[in-house]
Design a protein around this ligand. Sequence first.
Ligand SMILES: Cc1cc2nc3c(=O)[nH]c(=O)nc-3n(C[C@H](O)[C@H](O)[C@H](O)COP(=O)(O)OP(=O)(O)OC[C@H]3O[C@@H](n4cnc5c(N)ncnc54)[C@H](O)[C@@H]3O)c2cc1C
Length: 568
Amino acid sequence: MGGSDAVVVGGGIGGLAAALALHRRGWRVTVLERAAELREVGAGLTLMANAVRGLDALGVGAAVRARGDAGAAGGIRTARGRWLSRVDADELTRLLGTTALGVHRATLHGILREALPAEAVHTGAEVSDVDPEAGEVRHRRHGEPVSLRADLVVGADGLHSALRARLWPGTPPPAYAGTTAWRAVVDFPEPVPAAISWGRGAEFGMVPVGDGRLYWFGAVTAPPGGHAPDELAAVRERFGSWHDPIPALLAATPPEAVLRNDIHHLATPLPSYVRGRVALLGDAAHAMTPNLGQGACQAIEDAVTLGAVCAGGAGTVPAALAAYDRQRRRRSQAVARASFRTGRFGQQLRHPAAVALRDTLLRLTPARASLRAMTRYADWQPPTAPDPRTRTRPRPGQLPEHWLRVVSAHAPGLLRDLDLDLGPTGPAPPPPVDADHGASCPVGPDHAASRPAGAGHRATRPANDPPGGGPGRPGRPIHDRPPSGPGGDRRLALVAAVAVWSTGLFCLSLVLPDRVQGCSARSRPSSRRSGSPAPPPNAPATAGPEPHAGPRAPGGASGTRRQGPATW
Ligand SMILES: Cc1cc2nc3c(=O)[nH]c(=O)nc-3n(C[C@H](O)[C@H](O)[C@H](O)COP(=O)(O)OP(=O)(O)OC[C@H]3O[C@@H](n4cnc5c(N)ncnc54)[C@H](O)[C@@H]3O)c2cc1C
C-alpha cells in the first residue's frame, strides 16, 4: 500500500485506538496531541463486551483483560441497597462471548500507547485548522507553526472538538446534560460487586478495576458550573448515608483523588461524520452522557471500523469514509440517545411517585429481559465478512420484525421514541452514497464488511435521514426539552408507563417460541451457542477473545452470581 499517511488529531482513547487500527492496516500514522505529556486523566472506565471485542481486533484485548477486572457486568440497587435488577455476569459472558471489564483509564491508555511506534505520537501539538479536501493539518508544535499533509485525517479531539467546530460550523456546541459527577479510584481490596444505586435525582456506582482498586462515581442533578471547596465532603454529604460499602469507600478516598465534571453531550447529532478526507471519531463525533458506559466503547468501535474500511489504503479514502459514516453514525447516535434516556429514567428521576414506579418496574422485569436489554448495545462485532446465518434471527434485545410492524402501525412514533430496533430483517437499504459526492459509490469487500449491530436501526429513523452516511441535515436532537425543567418527572412517569407496556411486549417476545417469531433456532450463530465468538478478523492468535482467566471476580470464584449493569 506504500505511502498511506494518516494524521490523528487527539491522543485520547479514541485517537490512540484509531491510530493503532490504521497502523495495523499498514498506514503511517502521526498522532497530534496538544497536551505536553501523553497521559489519560480520569478515573475508571467500564468496557462493555463490544469494546472488549474491539480491543481484541486491535490486538490488545488480552493485555487489557489481564490488567482489568471482569466484575463489571452490573446490577441496579436502591440507595438503601435493595437489589432492583441483577444480571448474571457468567450468563452475560456466555451470551456475548466475552466479558465486560472495569479498567483504570490510564491502564487502557498506556496499553494502546505502547502498541504504537514511539515516534507516532507528537505531544505539545495543538491543531488549529484543517483543510478537508487537501488533507492539510495546521498546528503549533512547541509554539512553532507546522503544516502536515495526509491522505486521511482523523478528528479524535474530544468533546470540545476544534475540527468539529471548524468543519460543521452550524452544529451547536455540546450541551449540559443536567448532571454533575464526582469520581475517584481508590485502593479497596475488599470484594465489592459492580453495581449502580439509584436514589432521587442521584446515582452512585462502583466498579472494580483490578489490582485491588475500586472506581466509584456519584452523580446528581444540579445546575452547571458548581464547585465545592472540598469535593469529597460534598460527596459525603450527598451519599454518606447510602448503603454499604459506600460510606467505607468514601472514608478510604483521599480528597485529592476526587474529580468533578459537569456532564455535557452533543445534543444535536451531526449530519455526517465525514468531510473530504476528514473523519470524526469518539467524543468529537458523538459525545454522549455516560449513563450506558458506552462513550469510550463507541470510540473503540469507531476506531476498529475505520481501520477496517481503510484497509485499501490512500487510494480508497473517499469510498472508505462513506462506508465508515454509514456503518458508524446511526449506531453511535442511537446509543447516545439511549444513554441520555437512561439518565432521565435513572439518575435524574426525582418525583417520589415516579421513582417508586421505576423501581417497581425494574424489580418486576424478568432477569432474562434485563439480560437481553444489556446485550443490546454490547452485541457488536468488529467488521467481518457477513454470515448469512446471523441474519435470520433477531439479536438479543431486538424485537422480531412483525411485532415492530404491528406496533408502528398502532402507535406511530413509539418505536422512534423508544429507539426500538427493527433489525437486520428490515427492508433492504438503499445503495450507499459517497459522502463526498452524494452519488452511489462502489465499496470493496473490506469496506462492505458486515453491517454492525446498529445497522438495524435504519427502519426506526425518519424517512429523510440521508442513507449511506452522506451529508444531510442533523439527526433528531437527543433531547428537545431542558434536562431538568418543571414537568420533567411527569413526563418520565409517562415514559415509565410506556416502558411497562413495552416491557410486556418484550417479555412476550421472549416467551413466544421461535416458531411463532418466524425464526429458526438453527439460524443462531454457532458461536453464541458455544459461548466462544468467532475470532476477530485481524487479531493475532494470542489476542483472540479467550475465556477470561484474569483477575479476581468480585463475589468469588467463577460461577458465583455477579451483579448487573454498572456504567460510568
Ligand atoms: C464521568 C464520565 C464517566 C465516563 N465513563 C465511561 C465508561 O465507564 N465507559 C465508557 O465507555 N465511556 C465512559 N465515559 C466516556 C468516555 O470518557 C469518552 O467517551 C472517551 O474518553 C472519549 O475519548 P476520545 O478519545 O474521543 O476523547 P478524549 O478522551 O476527550 O480525548 C481527546 C484528546 O484530544 C486532545 N485534543 C483536544 N483538542 C486538541 C487539538 N486542537 N489538538 C490536538 N489535540 C487535541 C485532548 O487533549 C485529548 O487528549 C465517561 C465520561 C465521563 C465524563
